[in-house]
Design a protein around this ligand. Structure first.
Ligand SMILES: *Cc1c(COP(=O)(O)O)cnc(C)c1O
Length: 377
């Protein structure tokens, strides 16, 4: 088709001509405001902001991590695509063969990698909200559908609802989270087994299991061909900024993940840091115990706030229902702008009447409780 110069100009292609149709409908990306932005706005130093909105570990990793990063020997060399050193350490720690472990750029990468290996466009996953929102986000990016089976009272998963959804929609994957984000409840053995008995791949996200009394189900992947268990260094090991997580996978499935993953998905710095963190188990244990103890103190303090109802949690955060005619978003804003205390509020309908507060150091507990107290005066 011969085109005049004018025609060529009007026919200039736009992004819509190229971008995959299902992505055009994706909600616009809303970036998280970095806490440096809030600190600049409040005229406080970043370290003076009480950051209790993303379940990070305020103690950070052990000193050995900083030393190892300062002495990185081969930053100019590509990383080991098989993260052998770290997988060996993780195999010893968890009592599973390294062959069943795969490391990712955060557990987040592994959620997406799994979906890219399992889901065809139009396939379905089961989501049990309120829960971690990356499952439906990644499903949407991968052109998959999701069926929603909301949690019951006390945030218990609705086993018969999931069973019905599996029968009706033939989903390929069910995402379960124990302890669950945002409420910190755990899945009972009976409920987990009932879901594993369904003809579906069960992804059990254990990002917070170190803070719970429940044993990890990681070893179960060796005897359960439809179970995947995900873990991360972001929360209990204090490495959220370095992006490193891992998963345990049945032998049949992991072969395909190896084929599909980016060869250099885990940086040299991230692997070195994770290995150094694992070399200090006493430190990790101490931090874990300290945070669990502080969770108790935060919970008791929150019970005293007249407009909040905290839920018992087995993770490093506490979800609170906001009542007494108060507004969750407003509380979040007042805490941030008047007190430099950041907590999590959710725009979605299911959770707009809640705030989630991460467990910090004792001084952070003091700061958030006194700020909340001043909001109730
Ligand atoms: C934080 C979190 C993750 C993400 O872990 P990364 O390793 O930082 O990607 C995964 N699952 C849940 C439930 C989380 O809250």
């Amino acid at each position: 088709m011969p085109a005049s110069t004018a025609e060529t100009a009007t026919a200039a292609p736009s992004a819509e001509d190229f971008v995959r149709p299902h992505l055009r409908d994706l909600a616009a990306y809303t970036p998280i405001e970095p806490f440096e932005v809030l600190s600049a706005r409040l005229g406080r130093r970043p370290e003076d902001i009480v950051k209790l909105d993303a379940n990070e570990n305020p103690y950070g990793p052990p000193e050995a991590v900083k030393t190892a990063l300062a002495n990185l020997q081969f930053p100019h060399i590509y990383p080991d695509p098989e993260t052998r050193r770290l997988r060996k350490a993780l195999a010893e720690l968890n009592g599973v063969p390294a062959e069943n472990l795969l490391v990712g750029c955060g557990a987040d990468e592994l959620i997406d990698l799994l979906m890219r290996c399992v889901l065809d466009p139009g396939d379905t996953i089961v989501d049990c909200p309120p829960t971690f929102t990356m499952y439906v986000f990644d499903a949407a990016v991968n052109n998959a559908q999701f069926v929603t089976v909301p949690r019951l009272k006390g945030f218990k998963i609705d086993v018969s609802g999931i069973r019905q959804a599996v029968q009706r929609h033939r989903p390929k994957m069910v995402f379960l989270t124990s302890p669950n984000n945002p409420d910190g409840s755990v899945i009972s053995e009976e409920d987990l087994q009932a879901i594993l008995d369904l003809p579906v791949l069960v992804v059990l996200d254990e990002a917070y299991v170190d803070f719970s009394e429940e044993p990890s189900r990681l070893q179960r992947v060796l005897t359960t061909p439809n179970l995947v268990v995900l873990r991360t260094f972001s929360k209990s090991a204090g490495l959220a900024g370095l992006r490193i997580g891992y998963g345990a996978f049945p032998t049949g499935l992991i072969t395909y993940l190896w084929r599909a993953k980016q060869p250099y998905n885990v940086s040299v710095a991230a692997e070195v840091a994770a290995c150094a963190a694992l070399s200090e188990p006493e430190y990790l244990e101490h931090v874990r115990a300290t945070l669990i103890q502080e969770r108790g103190r935060l919970f008791e303090g929150l019970q005293q706030i007249p407009f909040l109802e905290p839920f018992p949690s087995q993770a490093n955060f506490i979800l609170c229902r906001v009542h007494g005619g108060r507004d969750g978003k407003q509380i979040k804003d007042r805490l941030a702008y008047d007190h430099g205390v950041m907590v999590r509020h959710y725009a979605n309908k299911l959770l707009s009447g809640f705030i989630r507060i991460s467990v910090g150091k004792p001084e952070h507990t003091d700061a958030v409780l006194s700020a909340l107290q001043s909001l109730s005066d």
